[in-house]
Design a binder for this molecule. Structure first.
Ligand code: CS2
Length: 487
């Protein structure tokens, strides 16, 4: 079968959407972290926006791995987006013009970052890529940050790299830049900006001042369920587009992008292709991070304990569906003020319908990654806000307790935990001997995750302990009885 590339685009059937306008545009955006989510979400919006003009081609920079660059090189960085839903559809995306690997192509990466034609730098480097501590500030003890402060001209972190690029833009007096986080963090742009300025203060105070006045860091909320690609998808796409795509991407039909209207310079016509611009992202962000991502993580750790593999399998169990629905409507929804235009119950119902999508094979084990980085934004923030407002937290603590069991189980069964704190988590997990109350106390003392003020709150620690004790008996044979006992 012929390879998908610029030369074979003429063979695409009419059913496959393709924006000719995007094909020959020049680069105007540098994106750090070209994982599946970027390629399914921001790159698609940008591809569509180029129908309305502008050189908004993307130079994608992988911080470490070479896979995306090498796989897409054979096909001119063009790939297929497969919308996996009741009515599957396919779109060929040509917005990514170049894929570089920082460790091998540092000079080219820097040229792109400092080029006057680069107006926007965006990031999907996952929560751990920001090198933040438990209170959302730059963690100067983080190994990558320690390295970059010692080697500021050869950074390995996104924070160090962007600071070096901004230093050169300042020296070159290059037009202002907008740096836009597209990761699942609360106040993602604000935190990114503060982390870069804090890093710059260690290098050059004048640079830190310049950044404050010349660089915008808009907050954003991003949403679309994007399972990892696999061979089944490759076969499905080859059959649909009649061309060989080495690395197609799949996602659900639902997609949303909310961006704070705070840019230093020009931007693509994203507003013309469904992106919401607003002065205040926080309501949208809390709704998404707490309602969707909070229930995703709860479902992941509970579902894995029940023996399920996918989100669809877990949410299809009536007792789990009821628990998640109750968690969202009776606890999480009380923890924040939603935007006036958002019907929260309808939003929750839509989330549960999305989870029930039988066409999407979203692995619970993938969602379970990086729990130490995710739980603070997804569950602990809701718990702290509910505690301060005298609202219930019992089901929120079920998600926390399920994560604690996940750690202990992985440690004792010698399963790998994908998490920047994996070594610490496994070490604490191994010290847990089955005396549940002592085990919970030990696990809640992981200070990078649980603030002392929260751990010292007796309502929280008792709720987590009760949930942990209840979940100890849960297994694939008694799901109904054990889960129903939680609510
Ligand atoms: C998921 C998210 O893997 C995870 O942690 O909760 O990737 C989720 O699918 C996206 O945030 C949905 O927009």
């Amino acid at each position: 079968m012929q390879q998908l590339n610029k030369g074979s685009l003429g063979h695409l059937s009419a059913e496959v959407r393709f924006n000719q306008a995007a094909l020959e545009r020049q680069i105007g955006i540098v994106h750090l972290g070209p994982g599946a989510f970027h390629r399914a979400h921001q790159a698609v919006y940008t591809d569509n926006a180029m129908e309305f003009g502008g050189d908004w081609g993307i130079c994608a920079v992988s911080m470490r791995s070479t896979g995306v660059r090498d796989e897409l090189a054979e096909q001119d960085n063009i790939y297929t987006l497969a919308i996996i839903d009741e009515q599957p559809s396919y779109q060929v995306i040509s917005a990514i013009k170049e894929v570089l690997v920082l460790g091998e192509q540092r000079e080219q990466v820097m040229q792109r970052l400092v080029a006057p034609s680069t107006h926007i730098v965006s990031l999907t480097v996952t929560e751990k890529g920001y090198c933040l501590n438990g209170v959302g500030e730059l963690d100067v003890s983080n190994n990558d940050i320690v390295h970059d402060l010692k080697n500021p001209t050869c950074p390995i972190s996104a924070i160090g790299l962007l600071t070096l690029a901004l230093q050169q833009r300042m020296q070159n007096n290059t037009a202002d830049l907008t740096i836009m986080s597209c990761d699942n963090l609360a106040d993602n742009g604000t935190k990114l900006g503060r982390a870069i300025i804090r890093f710059a203060e260690n290098i050059d105070m004048q640079l830190a001042q310049w950044i404050t006045h010349h660089v915008c860091f808009p907050n954003t909320m991003v949403d679309s369920i994007t399972p990892a690609s696999n061979d089944e998808l490759r076969a499905r796409v080859a059959n649909a587009i009649k061309l060989q795509d080495n690395w197609p991407i799949q996602r659900e039909a639902f997609t949303q992008w909310v961006i704070e209207d705070n840019f230093s310079g020009p931007r693509p016509a994203w507003d013309k292709v469904g992106v919401t611009f607003t002065q205040d992202v926080s309501g949208y962000e809390k709704a998404k991070l707490r309602l969707l991502n909070g229930s995703h993580s709860t479902l992941a750790y509970l579902g894995l304990r029940c023996g399920f593999e996918t989100v669809n399998q877990a949410i299809s169990h009536p007792a789990l569906f009821t628990l998640i629905n109750t968690l969202l409507k009776e606890q999480v929804a009380l923890s924040f003020s939603a935007p006036a235009e958002l019907d929260v119950d309808a939003y929750i119902d839509a989330i549960l319908k999305r989870y029930s999508n039988q066409h999407i094979r979203h692995l619970l084990s993938q969602i379970a990654w990086d729990g130490s980085q995710k739980l603070p934004f997804r569950l602990l923030g809701s718990i702290q806000d509910n505690l301060s407002q005298g609202q219930p937290i019992s089901l929120l603590c079920v998600g926390v307790a399920a994560w604690l069991h996940f750690i202990v189980s992985a440690a004792h069964k010698q399963f790998k935990i994908v998490d920047p704190l994996a070594e610490r988590l496994i070490s604490v997990g191994l010290q847990c001997s089955g005396h549940e109350k002592e085990d919970v106390t030990r696990l809640l003392n992981i200070e990078q995750v649980f603030a002392v003020s929260l751990v010292n709150n007796s309502v929280f620690s008792q709720s987590v302990t009760e949930a942990y004790l209840s979940l100890s008996a849960l297994n694939s044979a008694n799901i109904d009885e054990q889960i129903k006992a939680l609510y």
